[in-house]
Structures are given as C-alpha cells and as structure tokens.
Design a binder for this molecule. Structure first.
Ligand SMILES: Cc1ncc(C[n+]2csc(CCOP(=O)(O)OP(=O)(O)O)c2C)c(N)n1
Ligand SMILES: [Mg+2]
Length: 594
C-alpha cells in the first residue's frame, strides 16, 4: 500500500503539502524513531542492548538522548545474550537492537536462546526496503528477516506504518512476557523510522500495555489432585527449575518446601532459590533421590535432557528408555508441557506464583512431613557425599585444579551472597555448579537449556547493570573466547565485573595432540595464554593466579575495588574430563557402549 494513502500517514520524511502562507498551520510532526522511543518509554523500558549502524544508529543516539540507557556492544550476539538474561532477572523484556541482515543474524542466536530458555526478550532489527527484498532485487543488506526469525521466536512482527508502531511494540511486549515467556522478533524497516505523522495523532496510537503478564490461576481441582498425590507419597521429591526462579515467588516457594518437609533438588539456575546449604537440599544426593523418589513435584522445571527425560537409569529405570515408576506432579505455566516425556499424573497449570500460593493454601495448617525413613536415608547419602567432596576440596595440588580453585570461589560467594555468579564452560561449568553453593535467588546465571557457550560477557554486563551487584564470572578458557572482546564493553561502562578464566589450555583439557604432528589438536589453544592482558588493554585490572591463595586475594581485591578485573587462573591442563559431566552424550561414548 502506498504510505500516503493510509489515513493519518504522511509521505516518508514528513513532507506534508507546503505552500507559502500555511506554514503556521502546519501540524507538528513526529517521526518513526521518536514513536519507537516513546512507545518503549511508555512501557517502562529503560535499557537497550545494542550495536549501532544503518538504519538504527539514530535510534541508539536518540534513545540515549531521551534518557534510555543504551549499552553498546562489540558483537550483537553478546548484546542479545545480555538482553535475554536481563529479561530473566527483571521479568521485563530485554531489548536487543541490531542492524539488518548480518547484525540481525548475529542477534538471532540469542533470540533462539531466549525462546528455548523461556526468557522474555525482544530482538528489534532494522531491515531493508520491503519492495526490494520481496522482489529480491539486491538491496543493501537484503534479507527476509521476519521469515528467518519466525521458527526460533515465540512471536515475530513487522511494522510498516508509523501509526502501527504503538501496536507493534505492545504486541511484542505482551508476547515476550505473558504465559511462558520467550524471544520475540520485531522487524522495523528503514523507511519506517523516517516516516512522519501528525504528532498528536501519532502519540494517541501508542499503547501502554495493561497487565502484560496476567496471572494464571490454577484450577482448584488440579491443585487438589496434586496435593492428594503428594500426600500419598512415601518418598517425595521437589525439583525446582529456572521457571521457579523467574517467577519471583521466592518466599512462598521457600515456605512450600519447608512446610512440606520434602527434600528438594534445584536445577542449575534455581540454585539459591532456597539456600543450597538448607537441610532439605538434596543436591549432594542427586543420584540417590532421583531413582529413589516415588512422587516428584516439578516446579517450573521441564523433563528435558537435563533431567534425563524423566526416565531411564537416572530415574531407576531398567534401561535407557524405561520408566522408573515415579508419579509426577508438574507445576508449569504451559498446558502443553505435561506428558512431553513421561506421563504426568497431576498437572497444575498456571503461573508459578499463583500455583505455589494455591498449593500452600490447600496444604492447610497441618501437613504431615514425609516418612522419617526417607528423610534419614537422603541425609545419610548427602552427608557421605559432602564429606567426600570436603576431602577433595581440602587438597592443594600444584598446579591448581578445578576443585582447589573453585573451593576459593565457594568461600567468596558464601561471604558475598548478593554477588551474581555467571558460569560457562564444560568442566568449568559442571564443577562450579556442584562445588559453589548459592544462597539467594537468581544469583546464578549460566548456559541454560542448550548448554550454550558465549553467554558469558553479555550476561556480565546485563547482570551488573540490572542488579547493581558485584558480578563474578567463572569461565572456561574456551567459553570465554566466544565473548572475550566484550571486556572492552565492561571497561567502557566501568562495571563491577570480575572474570575468572579457568585456563586449562583448551576445550575440556589442554593435552590433546594431532596424531599426524602437523597442527595443534582441535581442542587445544596456545599454551599459557595471557588472558589477563586483554583486560589490561582497556584499562581494567589483569592478574595471573597460579595458586588458590593468589586467586583468593585477586577476587577479594576485585570485589573491594569494584574495578573490571580478569584473573587468569592457571589450571592443570590434565584436570578436566571430556565433555565435563555429559560425556555420555558424545557419540563416541554411545559407540563404545554398543
Ligand atoms: C555455541 C557452542 N559451541 C560449541 C559448544 C561445544 N562446547 C561445549 S563445552 C565447550 C568448551 C569447553 O571448554 P572450556 O570452556 O575451556 O571448559 P573446560 O572443560 O576446559 O573447563 C564447547 C566448545 C557449545 N556448547 N556451544
Ligand atoms: Mg578449558
């Protein structure tokens, strides 16, 4: 449609008819850039994670001038991961702003990550001329971005007319945060930004979204069914997922756990929702409670690969696909989640906050604790595993290994429970998850559902900016490489981020060799790399730590100073294992078994 034929829309550039004499009666005009900014501000969006260029450079400039915080990155993927985790931490959609085709594609990975992890995020990308893209006539950065985004987004929209900007942004916000949150794509063609319309009429098109994530109250009969099943259990277990952490229903979740007396297992990003040191925490007895439980209540946790699909040997099944005999209660916002892997006997569908408070109300004043036999068996198993771990942690080998280094991080987090722990890598991830206790909700952010590498520095920026807390990132040396250039971003905004690179010279280990002797092995990096110099290059603090004592004093100093710091923690290159804890997913392992 010709833009000029649409009611209320002037020709691009705002060229309303001009004749001498009628200038004073010219209505004041507003352009697409301004409408986007006004729509975002109207909906409480105060931060944008961006990388400028045609056609959105002026959107970044003008947003900043209007008081929105614009954090500019060195690569869109990192801006995207920042936006995704900002969404998780704040329940507001994190906004990532990119240029067309290549910038859009760089941001796409993060959009998919947001969707898979149920983080609310909006990827806004500028795009080229529709007419030229659709006829494939070879425009600057030509690409049908909307079509490409759709399969990895929860929703995707394009706005062609300035007077639809309000609706476009309102729809994007609702789609991102309502129900099960996810990644939303919003396509804004270059022409849109330059369109001008009557200012007053334009402002009237903006929508302040009312109740963007409405409560979803569970049905009373579903709650009763779940509680009846839970009551019948002899060996109950609660599994807390990152959906539970996202819900910000922290006090009620803790009360539910404590009132029920049931042992609980936090998934990685639910650690600290109830402190890992709580007497009912069963993390140290995971391989005992999963096959041992008879009724399992999943709260905001999906039975995906991270929970072995709810079946197989992990759950006490006879072989890889056998059901272990557990009955499941699943508390989830999505009605489609139940039965995705095994039968769910009691689905409770609603937002986690409403579901947990309904469960609490239904439990009443006198809830019988689980049988003492089960509780004491869990505690016994847990204590023996904790004692074994304490022995390993107390060792001080030279060179330093993952355990002796992470024992330091464990103490530091205990002393600084408000700090945010960012974590990625293979061994660097798995060991941190099991060794470092978390004490508060949403303090641990990591690779999520896909086990994706590259989230590190983007997460650090967003965590520092949204929470204003100290951030400590424990990074495998490979993992760090995916986003390492963003240390410049961290220095530029002077953020309180301490990056600890667990430097074992490679992916999993640093010891592989090319059997032909020609090249370094694919898993191995430059030995003894000086990652700390990267931080020094931009004015931050770089430290080499070869012992736990050096690591401790370097992290403590980073926290004391609040300065951007990178600690190159030199780890024994033999210390890791292939694929960390998921060696079994490596096709080579499957081949060995058969
Ligand atoms: C985007 C992406 N690419 C590749 C991988 C495969 N992968 C899993 S862990 C890992 C790196 C492990 O090495 P490092 O971060 O140094 O951890 P370490 O085990 O050595 O501590 C890689 C490349 C991935 N998970 N995500
Ligand atoms: Mg490594």
């Amino acid at each position: 449609m010709d833009l000029a034929t649409k009611p209320g829309t002037a020709t691009p550039g705002g060229d309303a008819p001009k004749t001498a004499g009628d200038v004073s009666r010219q209505p004041q005009e507003i352009d697409g850039f301004q409408l986007v900014i006004d729509a975002l501000k109207l909906n409480g969006i105060d931060t944008i994670y961006a990388l400028p260029g045609i056609p959105i450079t002026d959107l970044t400039r003008r947003s900043q001038a209007e008081g929105i915080r614009v954090l500019a990155f060195r690569h869109e993927q990192n801006a995207g991961y920042a936006a995704s985790i900002a969404g998780f931490l704040t329940q507001k959609p994190g906004i990532c702003l990119t240029v067309s085709a290549p910038g859009f594609l760089n941001g796409l990975n993060a959009l998919a990550h947001a969707t898979v992890n149920c983080f609310p995020m909006i990827l806004i990308s500028g795009s080229s001329e529709r007419e030229i893209v659709d006829l494939q006539q070879g425009d600057y950065e030509e690409m049908d971005q909307l079509a490409i985004a759709k399969p990895v987004a929860k929703a995707a929209y394009r706005v062609l007319h300035a007077d639809d900007i309000g609706v476009g942004i309102a729809r994007a916000i609702r789609a991102a945060v309502s129900g099960r949150p996810g990644g939303v794509y919003l396509d804004l063609p270059a022409k849109l930004f330059a369109q001008s319309i009557d200012a007053e009429a334009g402002r009237k098109t903006l929508i302040k979204v009312v109740d963007p994530a409405p409560k979803q109250i569970p049905a009373p009969e579903a709650v009763k069914r779940a509680l009846d099943l839970l009551k019948s259990a002899k060996r109950p277990l609660i599994v807390l997922g990152k959906g539970a952490a996202y819900a910000q229903a922290d006090a009620d979740i803790k009360t539910l756990v404590e009132k029920s007396g049931i042992p609980y297992l936090p998934m990685s990003m639910a650690k600290g929702l109830v402190p890992d040191t709580h007497e009912q925490c069963a993390s140290a007895a995971r391989s005992f409670v999963l096959p041992g439980a008879d009724v399992v209540m999943l709260i905001g946790a999906r039975l995906n690969w991270l929970l072995s699909h709810g079946k197989g040997k992990t759950w006490g099944g006879k072989s890889a696909k056998d059901w272990g005999g557990q009955k499941f209660i699943q508390v989830d916002i999505s009605p489609q989640e139940a039965d995705s892997n095994v039968r769910i006997d009691a689905p409770v569908v609603g937002d986690i906050g409403s579901c947990v408070s309904a469960l609490l109300a239904g439990m009443g004043g006198s809830w019988a604790k689980p049988p003492a036999e089960w509780l004491s068996a869990v505690i016994e198993k847990k204590e023996s595993n904790v004692a074994k771990m304490a022995e390993t942690l107390a060792k001080n080998p030279s060179p330093m290994n993952f355990h002796s280094a992470l024992n330091v991080v464990r103490d530091i987090i205990k002393a600084n429970p408000e700090a945010i722990l960012v974590n990625e890598g293979a061994n660097a991830l798995d060991f941190t998850r099991s060794i470092v206790d978390m004490y508060k909700p949403r303090k641990r952010i990591d690779v999520g559902t896909w086990g994706i590498m590259g989230v590190g520095m983007g997460y650090c920026v967003a965590a520092a900016v949204t929470t204003k807390q100290q951030v400590i990132a424990v990074e495998g040396d490979s993992a760090f490489g995916f986003s390492g250039m963003e240390v410049e971003t961290i220095c530029r905004y002077n953020l309180p981020v301490c990056v600890v690179v667990m430097n074992n010279n490679g992916v999993y280990k640093g010891t592989d060799v090319d059997p032909t002797g020609r090249d370094p092995a694919p898993t191995v990096f430059v030995k003894g790399a000086r990652y700390e110099k990267l931080m020094e290059a931009f004015g931050g603090v770089g430290v080499v730590a070869a012992t736990p004592a050096e690591l401790r004093s370097a992290i403590e100093e980073a926290i004391r100073s609040g300065k951007p710091t990178l600690i190159n923690a030199v780890i024994d290159e033999n210390a890791g294992t292939e694929s960390g804890r998921i060696t079994s997913l490596n096709p080579a392992a499957a081949k060995k078994k058969s």
